[in-house]
Design a protein around this ligand. Structure first.
Ligand SMILES: [Fe+2]
Ligand SMILES: [Fe+2]
Length: 153
């Protein structure tokens, strides 16, 4: 893979992580369950780490916009954002975040299959493991929430 292509791929992932952080901020505001909101706050920190690690990799490749940080409101997570804005309560916010994490997982999975240099490939593999963990937790939390709501009253 040539440098230009590597830079393009890493920027796409980094943008997704930037948008994920913003989505987590929105979601956390809507979640009343303390345990769930603490978990989501830790996932937000994972995405922050992805942003900075991908930025360092981009800088090493000689990219000049490695530190840019703009919310991309036409980005891949737009559907998840829309869903977040219209959602109410913990379950709705979790379902919107499930959609967002399915997307980050898909993109990291695709990137993981590409022919990156070894150091970048291992960074992407590590980030992908975080994404899988995020999605798994959110799916479990949705099941719990649905169960609790059925058994209230
Ligand atoms: Fe991430
Ligand atoms: Fe994630």
């Amino acid at each position: 893979m040539d440098n230009e292509k590597i830079i393009k791929e890493l920027h796409a992932l980094r943008q997704l992580d930037i948008d994920a952080v913003n989505a987590y901020d929105e979601a956390i505001k809507k979640i009343s369950n303390l345990e769930v909101s603490e978990q989501l706050a830790s996932f937000k920190l994972d995405h922050e780490r992805h942003i900075s690690d991908l930025g360092i990799a981009l800088q090493k490749l000689g990219d000049t916009s490695w530190a840019d940080r703009k919310a991309d409101l036409k980005g891949l997570l737009i559907e998840g954002f829309t869903k977040l804005r219209s959602s109410t309560g913990t379950e709705g916010a979790l379902k919107a975040m499930r959609m967002n994490e399915q997307l980050t997982n898909r993109n990291y999975k695709d990137a993981h299959a590409l022919d990156f240099p070894a150091d970048i490939r291992s960074l992407i593999a590590a980030n992908y493991e975080d994404e899988k963990r995020h999605l798994k937790y959110i799916e479990g939390a949705i099941d719990n929430e649905a169960w609790e709501q059925k058994h209230v009253a």
